[in-house]
Structure formats: structure tokens, C-alpha cells
Design a protein around this ligand. Structure first.
Ligand code: OOG
Ligand code: NI
Length: 467
């Protein structure tokens, strides 16, 4: 085939996400089980709650739901981050947000590569949480030098893929004739390597610095460490996990269960202990070892909060952490959930209140009605009055990003107890952005734009000015 038509980035991303999921299902069968469980629970919710199904359809979320997932990778150098940024741009995935994990004792900083347009999110909202190791935080000079040396030598992108990438950048996208090879080569970057690139001795040294350092530096490439399907009832999936021989972490990260879900709730199962091989430096033979990095996670997404809503959320979650500063044990989960619910009871839990208090972002749309002609277009109309008069309806804009406190909880639950190192780190956003080759996008501006665009659409359909 020599098809020189360009494939749309949205279509390409949907295919990439599906192929990655296929690969991870074959690599980690428990992820497959988690998908089946999530689909079963989602089906039950949809058939038992027809109104929820209607709301999803109305909000253009229904079609994307079964294909919705995020993944996470960890990389080792500025060079790797820069090249992945160029690659993901071809999939319509752009870096949104800066997440500093150092305050939680984890030596990485991160961004999320994701689509940003409303229409693209509706096709495939696939996101990759991408963490860059902060080697400057390793204090052992010898280990730091070995890690830098190994990472400098590593090429995570094959020459074939690099060739396609440059070609695509020059021609403004991927030709249909190149799409399968392009996706296959991209998926290849994130596959699991059973053989470590370091000796067991060095692996152990890296491990003593921090588990994540061994996970990034010890292998040929940035294996995907989890993929996360979206569920409509995370409490139910959490409850059913043991029936499927999956042990979940003790608590669900994020806000409590609510009538009007906000932001993001996540839970995961513990990373697997997997067999790997090290090269023995003396005998030059392969020796058996194990590595713990890959896990499973599920999530439930709710409305995106405004700066004001988010500040309120952060204040409340901080209060919860003051009561439960450390890791929560399974027998404490009940107490934790009660405390979480009671602390969050002050956060309004109906859409109208969230909207009028400007705590969350919404899509506004005109109600189909013969009454439109009664609207006088010689003066501006107040949005709330139009809503109260039934001319305009609204629905939540879904949160597409991540939460640093939750991410830290997910990292830690998968890294054993010795998973934090006291970091005197100052936030290094400028370093991150210089490695990335651009500034990260501000998620609040993206949500605000979606909301404002929806109001503009109301104005043109109703032929009025709205203030
Ligand atoms: C990333 C952990 C964070 C999330 O969903 O918050 C994350 C990692 O373990 O590399 O994926
Ligand atoms: Ni995740």
C-alpha cells in the first residue's frame, strides 16, 4: 500500500492505546482480569441506572468509556523526555501539568501527555503519566555516575522509528501507509525486558538508593508500568477484586464517594514480583533474579474543579492526611473512609451548587425549545437566569488530569516500605521544562476554554449575548 493520505492524530492515538493495551494484557494477565471486572461492573451500572447512561450519552462520554485508559512510564534523561515529547505530539498528546513528587519522597517529576481539544478527548482521551528520574537527588557519587553513564548510552527509540518520526514531522503527520509500522514501533518502546542491563551487584546498589532508580536505570527501555481502565463504580470494583484473586491497596485515593463525583478516585493492586535475568560479570552467564515494578490500577473520573474548587479540595485532603499521615493498613480503611467522608461533607454535592459557586467547570448547551424567539437580543442575558428559565442546561466537564497526592500514594503502595527517601529537593519545574523542550500546558486554561466555547455556542444558537 502506498497511501499518502495523512491519518488523523485522534485515530492514531486510539489505535496506539488499543495496541498498548493488547500488549500489556499479554504481558500481565492480571490486567486482563481487571479489564473484565471493570467492564462487568460498568455494564451493571449502566443497566441498573438508565439515567446515568443517558447522562454519559448526553455528555459524549458513552462511546469513549470502554476504550478509556491511562498508562504510566518512567524515564531517565532529558534526551528521552525530549524525544518522547516529539513522538507523542504526532499522536495528538501534549504535556499538561507539572507534578512534583519530591515532597512525597519520590525522586521524580512528571507531566501527563494527553489530548487537549474537546473533540479529541471524545474520540480517545488516552493519557500517559510520564515521570523523569531526578538523578541529581542521588547523593552517592559513584552510583550516580554509573546511572548517568548507563542512561547516556541507552537509545529508547529505534532508528526505524526515528526515521518515521522525522518524516512525519516534515510532512505534517503520519501517512496511512506508515501507520501500522509507526504504532508497532512505538508500542515496542514500552515492552517489558526480561533481562536487566546491569549486573546484580549494581542493581542492588541502585535499589538501595531508591526502587525507582533501579526500575529506570536497570533496563533497556521504559516499560509501561501500569494501564488503568476507567470504571463507573470504583467502590464496587475494589470490593470485588479479591473474588478475582486480586488484592487491592487498602484505600481508594482521592475524594470520597459522592453523588456528584469530583476529580479522580484511584485504587491499585500491588506490583508483581517478576522473574528477570542479570548478567554475571565473572562467569558471563545469566543468573536469575526478580524485579518488582508493574501493577494494575483502576480509576473513576468526575468533574474538573476550578482553581477555587481545587484549593478547597487540597485543603480538605490535607486535613485527612493530618489524621492519617502514614500508610493506611487494611484494618484502618473503614476509619479512613469515615474520616474522609466527614471532612468532605462541607464540599457541595449537587451540580447546581458546584456551578453557581464556581467550584467546577461545566459544558453549557441550549435547550431545544420553541421559546427561543422570546429572548430579546437587544440586550445581554445572564447565564444563571437562562439556566433558571430552562433555556440552557449544563453538564460536568470531566477531569482529564492527575492528582499529586494520589499519585504519590499509588507510587508508594507499589514500592515496598522503604520507598521514600528524605528529599531536600526544591521544585525543579524549569529544569523539567527545559528537558521537555517546551513549557507544560496549564490544565485550568484548557478547562476554562472548553467552558467558554460552550457558552459561545449557546450565544450563537440562541442569537443573544450572555454575561
Ligand atoms: C505513576 C504513578 C502515578 C497515577 O495514576 O496517579 C499514576 C508511576 O507509578 O509511575 O499513575
Ligand atoms: Ni496511574
Amino acid at each position: 500500500m502506498n497511501d499518502t493520505k495523512l491519518i488523523s492524530k485522534d485515530e492514531l492515538r486510539a489505535l496506539f492505546s488499543a495496541e498498548l493495551s493488547k500488549m500489556y494484557q499479554s504481558e500481565v494477565p492480571k490486567y486482563s482480569t481487571l479489564i473484565s471486572l471493570t467492564q462487568k461492573v460498568n455494564q451493571d451500572v449502566l443497566s441498573n441506572h438508565p439515567s446515568q447512561k443517558e447522562a454519559l450519552i448526553k455528555n459524549n462520554e458513552f462511546d469513549r468509556l470502554s476504550e478509556e485508559r491511562h498508562g504510566a512510564i518512567r524515564i531517565g534523561s532529558a534526551k528521552e523526555l525530549g524525544i518522547l515529547r516529539r513522538l507523542f505530539a504526532l499522536y495528538g498528546m501534549y504535556p499538561v501539568g507539572y507534578y512534583d513528587l519530591a515532597p512525597a519522597g519520590i525522586p521524580v517529576h512528571s507531566t501527563a501527555f494527553r489530548p487537549i481539544e474537546k473533540s479529541s478527548l471524545e474520540v480517545s482521551p488516552f493519557r500517559l503519566f510520564t515521570s523523569l528520574l531526578r538523578l541529581e537527588l542521588i547523593d552517592d557519587a559513584e552510583i550516580k555516575a554509573s546511572a548517568i553513564h548507563l542512561l547516556n548510552q541507552r537509545e529508547i527509540i529505534s532508528p526505524e522509528l526515528y526515521h518515521l518520526l522525522v518524516k512525519a514531522e516534515n510532512q505534517g503527520g503520519i501517512f496511512k501507509s506508515d501507520q501500522l509500522q509507526f504504532i508497532a514501533l512505538t508500542v515496542d518502546i514500552f515492552k517489558w525486558h526480561q533481562t536487566a542491563t546491569v549486573t546484580e551487584t549494581l542493581y542492588q546498589k541502585l535499589l538501595t538508593q531508591h526502587r525507582l532508580i533501579a526500575d529506570v536505570v536497570g533496563f533497556k527501555g521504559p516499560h509501561i508500568n501500569h494501564l488503568t481502565p476507567r470504571t463507573l463504580d470504583i467502590d464496587e470494583v475494589q470490593r470485588l477484586m479479591p473474588d478475582y484473586q486480586i488484592t487491592p491497596k487498602a484505600t481508594i485515593e482521592g475524594p470520597p464517594k459522592r453523588n456528584c463525583p469530583i476529580l479522580l478516585r484511584q485504587t491499585s493492586f500491588q506490583a508483581l514480583n517478576e522473574a528477570i535475568l542479570f548478567l554475571d560479570e565473572k562467569t558471563n552467564n545469566w543468573v536469575k533474579g526478580t524485579h518488582t515494578a508493574r501493577f494494575g490500577e483502576i480509576e473513576a473520573r468526575g468533574v474538573a474543579l476550578t482553581q477555587k474548587g481545587r484549593a478547597f479540595y487540597d485543603e480538605l485532603i490535607q486535613k485527612v492526611k493530618e489524621f492519617f499521615p502514614g500508610e493506611i493498613k487494611p484494618h484502618e480503611s473503614h476509619l479512613y473512609n469515615e474520616k474522609l467522608a466527614s471532612i468532605f461533607s462541607v464540599f457541595p454535592d449537587n451540580w447546581y451548587e458546584l456551578m453557581i459557586n464556581k467550584l467546577a467547570w461545566f459544558n453549557f448547551y441550549p435547550v431545544k425549545s420553541e421559546m427561543h424567539h422570546i429572548l430579546d437580543n437587544t440586550h445581554s442575558h445572564n447565564l444563571l437566569t437562562l439556566i433558571d428559565n430552562g433555556m440552557i442546561e449544563f453538564s460536568p466537564i470531566i477531569y482529564e488530569d492527575f492528582l499529586p497526592v494520589s499519585a504519590a500514594g499509588i507510587f508508594q503502595s507499589n514500592l515496598s516500605n522503604k520507598s521514600t527517601m528524605p528529599l531536600k529537593a526544591i521544585s525543579a519545574r524549569a529544569d523539567f521544562e527545559s528537558a521537555l523542550g517546551q513549557n507544560v500546558l496549564d490544565e485550568m486554561s484548557l478547562y476554562e476554554k472548553i467552558q467558554l466555547d460552550s457558552i459561545s455556542l449557546c450565544e450563537s444558537v440562541l442569537n443573544i449575548r450572555i454575561i
